[in-house]
Design a protein around this ligand. Structure first.
Ligand code: PHE
Length: 534
C-alpha cells in the first residue's frame, strides 16, 4: 500500500505538478496520515548533499530532492455531531415552530415536552418572531411559513460549501456548537530538482550478501538521521509511595534521626497495646478494628519483669498514676496481631534504650558513682520509621486495610510540649509546610496529645496532617527510663501526602490490583519542597 501510494503521488506530480497531502487523501479516500507517511519517505530519497570542490577548498550544499515539500496550515469549518443532526432533521426552532398547532396554538408546557431541544428552540423561535406566547401560556404561530436557514447552512457546510455562509452566521453557528473550526496541517508537494517517477528504494543496512556479491556499489544508501529519537532503555520503576518514602526518609536523616527496624508485621498485643498503656478493654483491641492472627495465635517470649511492671501500672497504677484498676490478663497481651501502628516498634526501641541505661547503671552502682554521672549514661536519641500497618477498616476511596505510617520519636531530658511544637515546625517546614495549627486530642499513650493541621494552599483550608504527643510516664517509667527523660513523638500516613502530591483521589489507583502500571512508569520524580532553610 505504502509503495503504491508513493507511486501514485509521483504519477500525480508528473501530470499536474502539484499534490496537497490532505486533498489527495480525500480524493483517494485514504487516511491522511498514510499520505503524509508516503510523502515523508519520498522526501528522504534524495537529500541535500554537501559537494566538496577540492580544488577550490570550499564546499556548497546542493539539493538532489525528488520532491519538494512545504508545510501547509488550512482552516476548515465542519459540522459537529449536533450540527449533523440539525442538517438532517431541521433546527430546534423549526421543530418547535412545526410542533405548534396552526389553528388553536399549543400549551407551552406541552410544547416543551414535544422535542428534546424544545427549550432552546422555543427561545430561538420567539426571537426570530415565528411564534408568540399568550396570557394563558399558549403558544401560537405568528407567521404562515418559515425558511429554516440554519438547516440550509449546516447542509451546505456539511457538504463542503462553506461559501454559502456569512462570517456572522458562522460565528453564530459556532456559538451554538453546531459547527467548529478545525485546523488541518497538510503537506504541499511539488517536483524536486531530481524528480523522477521511478525512485529507487534506499537501503538502510549494508548486508553480508551485498558485500559478497559486490552489488553494494550500485545501491543507494539512506543517510544517517542523527536527530532520530532513541529507544528508551528498559528499566525498573519505583512506585510513588516509595518515591515519597525516600523523601521523608531524607528529611529525617537530615535532621539527625536514626531509622528503627520495622521488619515485623506480626506483633504481640503486648507491644502494640499493653506497653503503650492502652487498656485491654479498649475498643481498638476489638476484632472489628484489629486483625488477629490464627496461627500462631500467641506470642510467648516477653521480658517478664517488665511485663509485671506493665501489668501493675494497668491494674494498680504507680509512678503517680491511679492506673485503670482492672484485672489485667496475660492471655490478652499474648495475642498475636498485625501491628496497627508503628508506635509498637517505637515502644520496643524505647524499652531497649532503657535496658542499655539499666545495664550502665548496674555497672556504675558497682563502682559507687554519683547519680549525676550515672544520668550521663543515658544518651538522648532521635528515631524514625516508615512502614506498613494494618487495620480492619471498611474500605473506601481513602481507606485500605493496610497503609504506611511515618513516625518520629525524640527521647531526651526534660522535653516539653514546646519542644514537640518546635520539632514539628522544623519537620513540616522541610516539606514546604509553614502554617501549622494544633488541636488537643487523645491517645492512650500520650499526654498531652495534639492533632496537627496545616493550611492547604490549594484546597484553601486547614487539613489534618498528623497526630502527636508526649509519651505518658505510665508508658516510659515501667520500661526503666530515667525519671527526668521524656519522649515526644508524632505520626502521619504516607498515603495521604502521596495522593496529594500526585493528584490521586482514589487510594485504589495507588495500591492494589487495579493500579495502572503505566501510571507507575510515567510518574515523575518526587521533590518535596526543599528550598526552605530551617
Ligand atoms: N500511633 C498514632 C496513630 O496510629 C500516631 C502517633 C504516634 C501519635 C506517636 C502520637 C505519637 O495514629
Amino acid at each position: 500500500m505504502a509503495e503504491e501510494l508513493d507511486r501514485r503521488i509521483l504519477a500525480e506530480l508528473d501530470v499536474t505538478g502539484h499534490v496537497n497531502s490532505y486533498d489527495f487523501a480525500t480524493k483517494l479516500g485514504v487516511d491522511h496520515q498514510l499520505v503524509v507517511g508516503a510523502v515523508k519517505s519520498l522526501q528522504s530519497v534524495g537529500d541535500v548533499r554537501r559537494i566538496h570542490l577540492r580544488r577550490f577548498g570550499s564546499s556548497f550544499a546542493a539539493s538532489f530532492q525528488v520532491i519538494h515539500v512545504e508545510q501547509k496550515r488550512k482552516e476548515r469549518w465542519e459540522t459537529t455531531g449536533e450540527g449533523n443532526e440539525v442538517a438532517e432533521r431541521g433546527s430546534h426552532e423549526a421543530i418547535v415552530f412545526h410542533a405548534v398547532d396552526r389553528d388553536r396554538g399549543t400549551l407551552q408546557a406541552d410544547l416543551m415536552k414535544s422535542s428534546p431541544n424544545a427549550k432552546v428552540g422555543f427561545s430561538k423561535a420567539m426571537s426570530a418572531g415565528w411564534i408568540r406566547l399568550d396570557k394563558e401560556a399558549t403558544v401560537h404561530r405568528k407567521v404562515e411559513s418559515i425558511t429554516d436557514t440554519v438547516q440550509e447552512l449546516l447542509k451546505a457546510i456539511r457538504d463542503g460549501r462553506v461559501g454559502d455562509a456569512t462570517d456572522a452566521q458562522l460565528k453564530d453557528l459556532k456559538k451554538r456548537k453546531l459547527v467548529s473550526l478545525v485546523i488541518i496541517k497538510s503537506l504541499d508537494v511539488t517536483k524536486g530538482t531530481n524528480f523522477s517517477t521511478s525512485v529507487q528504494k534506499l537501503e538502510t543496512d549494508l548486508t553480508p550478501e551485498m558485500l559478497t556479491a559486490g552489488n553494494w556499489k550500485d545501491k543507494k544508501f539512506k543517510e544517517y538521521n542523527f536527530d532520530a529519537r532513541g529507544v528508551l532503555p528498559a528499566s525498573g520503576h519505583l512506585h510513588p509511595l516509595l518515591k515519597v518514602r525516600t523523601e521523608y526518609r531524607q528529611i529525617f536523616l537530615e535532621m539527625g534521626f536514626t531509622e528503627m527496624p520495622t521488619n515485623n508485621f506480626v506483633e504481640s498485643s503486648f507491644w502494640n497495646f499493653d506497653a503503650l498503656f492502652q487498656p485491654q478493654q479498649h475498643p481498638a483491641r476489638d476484632a472489628h478494628d484489629t486483625f488477629f492472627i490464627k496461627e500462631p495465635k500467641c506470642a510467648h517470649e516477653f521480658p517478664m519483669d517488665y511485663l509485671e511492671r506493665v501489668k501493675k501500672v494497668h491494674s494498680e497504677g504507680g509512678y503517680g498514676s491511679q492506673g485503670y484498676k482492672y484485672d489485667w490478663k496475660i492471655e490478652e497481651a499474648k495475642k498475636n496481631i498485625l501491628r496497627t501502628h508503628t508506635t509498637a516498634v517505637s515502644a520496643r526501641m524505647l524499652y531497649k534504650l532503657a535496658q542499655v541505661f539499666a545495664e550502665g547503671k548496674a555497672s556504675l552502682d558497682l563502682l559507687h558513682l554519683t547519680r549525676l554521672s550515672l544520668q550521663d549514661k543515658f544518651k538522648p536519641v532521635k528515631y524514625f520509621s516508615i512502614d506498613r500497618v494494618f487495620r480492619n477498616e471498611t474500605l473506601d476511596a481513602t481507606h485500605l486495610a493496610e497503609f504506611h505510617q511515618i513516625e518520629g520519636v525524640v527521647a531526651d531530658y526534660d522535653l516539653t510540649l514546646g519542644d514537640l511544637i518546635g520539632v514539628l515546625h522544623q519537620f513540616f517546614s522541610k516539606l514546604g509546610i509553614k502554617k501549622l495549627r494544633f488541636k488537643p486530642a487523645y491517645n492512650p499513650y500520650t499526654e498531652p496529645s495534639m492533632e496537627v493541621f496545616s493550611y492547604h494552599e490549594g484546597l484553601k483550608k486547614w487539613v489534618e496532617v498528623g497526630n502527636s504527643g508526649v509519651f505518658r510516664p505510665e508508658m516510659l517509667r515501667p520500661m526503666g527510663l530515667p525519671d527526668d527523660v521524656s519522649v515526644i513523638a508524632w505520626g502521619l500516613s504516607l498515603e495521604r501526602p502521596t495522593m496529594i502530591k500526585y493528584g490521586i483521589d482514589n487510594i485504589r489507583d495507588l495500591i492494589g490490583h487495579k493500579v495502572n502500571l503505566q501510571m507507575v512508569y510515567d510518574n515523575p520524580l518526587c521533590r518535596l519542597n526543599k528550598t526552605t532553610k530551617t
